[in-house]
Design a protein around this ligand. Structure first.
Ligand SMILES: Cc1cc2nc3c(=O)[nH]c(=O)nc-3n(C[C@H](O)[C@H](O)[C@H](O)COP(=O)(O)OP(=O)(O)OC[C@H]3O[C@@H](n4cnc5c(N)ncnc54)[C@H](O)[C@@H]3O)c2cc1C
Length: 412
């Protein structure tokens, strides 16, 4: 186990500075253009792949960094560069985590490399859990996976929505219902290999922020996949379903208990990472606002000379640092196998995402009329920041998780 530390070591500092260089020199100058185009910034992803910043090796190294700081440090720097392009670069990671959380070693080795492709032919991946009627209420999921024993194939039908990289991904990870009686314990994750017939992209959403990131519906019509595409394997699934049924017989509901469902296992691991993205956007807006407040003059003096402005900046920076500490704590706990007994992962995501929304709004205010225009990046950062309190569990759902964990009560 690694001791908790608030300091990056020499190697981490070097990696951070390298990512920061890419964020400052490649991402930030391209951010406004891709935001307007509302398209996946393939050339930027390719640039990242060329230098090894978009690769399985790099993310695996950060993911398994025993200090827990590798992923939050990476996310913060990339999202400091730009949130929309940042999500285009790290969106594949959510699907990869879906496989790491639920798959066998063989499945990890087979599918995760195909999610990234290589520098000469980059690919992206998608994690598809949300549905039109199952957002916060994951248990309401309707996409069905039925086993065809004669052919050892699974047949999937349903509509997924809000999928980052949905329809343009090489590999899709889809969560579906295998046992409707078992609530969310009756869900399982599946790999949909490249080019599988029956999977198509539905509507692509025109969004408020992170517009360089592709978000779309994914339609599954009689999608047939080999039995080995069930993550974790059939034996493990059958054991899990038997345990859920046993619990239901003993008076519990199929939807409760200690066995995690497929989507939740993915989200739990990724929440501190989302918190780190929010810290990156917040820090970027704060830095812009600090600089502007020192250079913009009104009433014959820089606007930062007014406590009304300076104190806002003091609060912004304090909250950003507090958010980072919560994120680093949760990431360290996750990597070192410490259970989130007080929902520390949710705390970090909740706090950091709310801070990002507030800080970017304050940055717009400090920029005055200029902050309201697309001439200055804080306008985009403010729109981008709105996503953090919504995806991977809204702030309300994080509060629900925290309150339930702390109280042990079935708070609704
Ligand atoms: C840009 C973007 C990218 C996304 N990427 C992905 C992805 O890659 N894969 C994926 O599977 N999903 C993805 N999502 C989906 C995202 O996780 C959901 O939007 C989110 O979980 C909320 O679900 P919903 O939109 O259906 O809102 P709803 O669940 O309908 O919630 C609406 C409002 O009601 C509140 N609410 C709901 N239930 C409760 C309750 N019990 N108590 C208090 N308040 C409640 C919510 O907090 C929210 O404010 C993405 C979404 C967006 C916008």
């Amino acid at each position: 186990m690694s001791e908790f530390t608030m300091e990056l070591n020499d190697e981490q500092r070097e990696v951070r500075d390298w990512i920061h260089g890419f964020a400052a020199e490649v991402m930030r100058p391209a951010a406004a253009e891709w935001d307007e185009r509302e398209e996946t910034p393939w050339p930027v992803i390719q640039e990242a792949a060329k230098i090894g910043l978009y690769s399985l090796d790099f993310y695996a190294q950060q993911f398994f960094d025993p200090t827990g700081l590798g992923i939050p440090m990476t996310m913060e720097e990339l999202f400091w560069g730009d949130a929309g392009i940042g999500l285009s670069i790290v969106g594949t990671g959510l699907a990869a985590v879906g496989v790491l959380a639920n798959g066998t070693e063989e499945q990890i080795g087979t599918w995760v490399p195909q999610m990234y492709g290589d520098a000469g032919d980059v690919k992206v991946a998608a994690f598809c859990s949300s549905e039109p009627d199952a957002g916060s209420d994951v248990a309401a999921m309707r996409t069905r996976a039925v086993y065809d024993e004669a052919k050892d194939e699974w047949v999937l039908n349903g509509t997924k929505t809000w999928a980052t990289n949905g329809g343009i991904a090489n590999v899709h990870v889809v969560v579906a219902v295998v046992d409707p009686e078992a609530g969310s314990k009756g869900h399982a994750s599946f790999i949909i290999p490249p080019g599988t017939p029956g999977l198509s992209q539905g509507q692509k959403f025109k969004k408020h922020g992170i517009r360089a990131s592709h978000t779309a519906e994914v339609v599954l019509e009689n999608v047939r996949i080999p039995g080995h595409c069930l993550l974790g394997g059939k034996e493990k699934l059958d054991e899990r379903l038997a345990r859920a049924r046993e619990r239901a017989r003993n008076g519990g509901t199929g939807a409760s208990g200690s066995v995690k469902n497929a989507a939740m296992a993915t989200f739990e691991a990724s929440r501190p990472a989302v918190g780190a993205m929010a810290v990156g956007t917040a820090r970027a807006a704060y830095e812009e606002a600090l600089e502007y407040a020192k250079t913009r003059s009104q009433f014959g003096r820089p606007i930062i000379d007014n406590q009304g402005v300076a104190f806002q900046l003091a609060d912004m920076r304090t909250q950003i640092d507090a958010a980072r500490l919560l994120v680093w704590r949760a990431s360290w706990m996750a990597v070192n196998g410490k259970p989130f007994t007080s929902a520390e992962g949710s705390m970090s995501k909740l706090y950091a995402s709310e801070v990002a929304k507030k800080v970017t709004a304050q940055a717009v205010q400090i920029f005055g009329g200029n902050g309201f225009t697309r001439e200055y990046p804080v306008e985009r950062m403010h729109r981008d920041a709105a996503i953090y309190t919504i995806f991977e569990g809204t702030s309300e759902i994080q509060r629900l998780v925290i309150a339930r964990t702390l109280s042990g009560m079935p708070i609704r």
